[in-house]
Write a protein that binds this ligand. Sequence first.
Ligand code: SF4
Ligand code: SF4
Length: 381
Amino acid sequence: MELDAPVLLSVDDLDTLIATLRTDGYRVIGPTVRDGAIVHAELTGVGDLPRGWTDEQGPGSYRLHRRDDDALFGYAVGPSSPRRELLPPRHRLWTAVSDGDVGFRVREEEHVPAKLALLGVRGCELAAIAVQDRVFLHGLYEDQVYTANRQDLLLVAVECGTPSGSCFCASMGTGPGIDGGADLTLTELFDPHRFLTRAGSTRGQELLAQLDHTGAGAADQDERTHRMDAAAEQMGRHLDTTDLHDLLLGNLEHPRWDDVAERCLACTNCTLVCPTCFCTTMEDTTSLTGDEAYRDRRWDSCFALGFSHTGPGSVRSSTRARYRQWCTHKLATWIDQFGTSGCVGCGRCITWCPVGIDITEEVAAIRATDGRRAARTGASP
Ligand code: SF4
Ligand code: SF4
């Protein structure tokens, strides 16, 4: 949804936007450079953004480099995603305090609604939020923590002009351009440095009304179209989604699962960086003195051996079974469960896999030797 005509914001206007949000009580989270990567952290102004930085990504590799301009959003997604803010990696649910010899008093943690603004959100990340909304807001149960973080969420999205070597959002239909889902959507344009800005909600309109913007012309819009076309052309990877659900579920015994299991370390990195993964576990601990006990919810991963432990052992005891479960869930059974793919093409699992396993390559290998076709033709897969 797009309300009103697009406008132009300057870098100073963007700084004012961040200041306005902070004055309104929002904690503004966005990209910043830390420890050699672009990660999400609290922003106090445009000075905190990765001005003049870009990233080089590929299977198992991530490097930052200097750009030859002052772009504020001249890079693709880093290891952190909105999931970290909406579904924190660890969250205390309750504390039990000893009442002396008699027993325990349980104190439940309050889920206080957060006034959170996410700035610099990409198209694939908006799609990932929509995926998690289906699970935590519109699923069988409404998650109190997610709901508290989500209800006042303000989204300032930025269209992706510099996709990385791991990105394939164009294949998944989630980027690089953005057609809705954010309160404000920015496209960074140069010479002069400016942001073509569209409001996607009443709140976005109100924010724009507080800023000293100018109107955008046809040339600005053409430049945006050109940038998005160029970004889609530069996409580092491609995933053929034709018949993908049936392709994967029809190849559950394909030898490629053995091949990938030889390389996979079952380290869980791919699930921890994925913006749509939602699995958690409970962890109980006690204080050293033994007079307090805590129950925390923390992220879990289907790559962990204990994840599928039931009764006498793990249902998925081999790495082959766990990689297959993850890949087929993301790209096939997620559709059965939630009516949408569980993969938005952000490429994080490719970049942050220590051995460079690439989901697009694995699927392409299965497609190239499709066991169903082999069964029909009599050839061996
Ligand atoms: S499976 Fe990989 S590419 Fe797809 S959304 Fe998750 S991290 Fe991104
Ligand atoms: S695919 Fe890569 S990131 Fe995922 S568990 Fe295996 S080794 Fe780790």
